[in-house]
Design a protein around this ligand. Structure first.
Ligand SMILES: [Zn+2]
Ligand SMILES: [Zn+2]
Length: 298
């Protein structure tokens, strides 16, 4: 299977429109080596013809145009077969509204994510006024064949982040990760752009995969507080930090996974700067930092 990173930044992108943090300044004025990045999403395919989108970011239109395999060649036929959601966060779902010109949208989402989008913030009810939405319920632990030779299994990612727009939903399934298997190559990949803690059940999903695309939102837990930009820690926002004895780098670097790639970086994260010592540390420990357009074959 091919995994294509469409957007590697967290919500807001890099740079973020209303941010003047050191990273956003550097990417605007070119004073440090770094690449701009759009908001988080990946596309997956086993034949390079039909593609499955994992999350639909507010930058989706530009992401489609920047990747020839997602462009429509004739008529209104799109190579995008479905969208799968990890949660109902706006930076992962606002792009759904940009697909309103479509004939029909196949949407894979858990019950809590679907309820939040339909009855909570109304995003899906707005979309449905333009384009029918065919909902496929994502049930953690249940394998689903997405396409010939491509299956996924979602797994619950426990979070204590305060949920907005929730409508009577159980906390289980609010956030999921996806484990993807190419039945022909036997290759497995895990997509986990939001993880608050590497609990034993989450770690069990990662152990024997070939490629891990994982939450790299913040370097430090108090990064946004330190910069005076927000009052919340990274963990309170549902993202475990990279640094520290209990951070993701210490927990993941030793795992026997061929490709371990950070994505969903917030614009305040110093690993976005190519010459930062934090970036060097990540790479020395055998992990990678995704850029928009990165393609991995598993
Ligand atoms: Zn996000
Ligand atoms: Zn910034």
């Amino acid at each position: 299977m091919w995994l294509r990173v469409l957007g590697s930044a967290a919500g807001g992108g890099f740079p973020q429109w209303n941010c003047g943090c050191p990273g956003c300044r550097a990417v605007r004025d070119g004073s440090r080596p770094c690449q701009p990045r759009t908001q988080s999403s990946i596309a997956v395919s086993v034949d390079y013809q039909r593609w499955f989108l994992f999350n639909a970011s507010p930058d989706l239109r530009a992401q489609i145009e920047s990747f020839p395999a997602l462009r429509t060649a004739h008529g209104r036929a799109t190579p995008m077969a479905a969208v799968l959601l990890t949660d109902a966060e706006l930076d992962h779902t606002m792009g759904l509204l940009l697909l309103r010109e479509g004939r029909e949208l196949e949407l894979h989402a858990t019950v809590p994510a679907y309820q939040t989008l339909r009855d909570g913030n109304g995003l899906l009810r707005t979309l449905e006024a333009y384009c029918p939405v065919k909902w496929r319920t994502v049930q953690p632990g249940v394998p689903v064949e997405l396409a010939e030779g491509l299956t996924y299994q979602a797994f619950d990612v426990p979070t204590s982040k305060r949920a907005r727009f929730v409508v009577g939903a159980a906390p289980e399934g609010r956030v999921v990760g996806y484990r993807l298997t190419d039945e022909h190559s036997g290759g497995t990949a895990v997509y986990l752009p939001g993880v608050q803690d590497l609990t034993p059940s989450v770690l069990a999903q990662l152990n024997d995969c070939d490629c891990l695309l994982v939450d790299g939102t913040c370097w430090r837990d108090d990064e946004l507080i330190e910069l005076g930009l927000a009052g919340k820690t990274s963990r309170e926002m549902g993202h475990m930090p990279i640094d520290g004895p209990d951070g993701s780098l210490a927990r993941l670097a030793g795992l026997p996974i061929a490709r371990k790639i950070y994505l969903h970086m917030n614009n305040t994260n110093p690993i976005l700067l190519d010459d930062a010592p934090e970036r060097r540390l990540v790479e020395e420990r055998g992990m990678e930092v995704a850029m928009d357009g990165l393609e991995v074959r598993v």
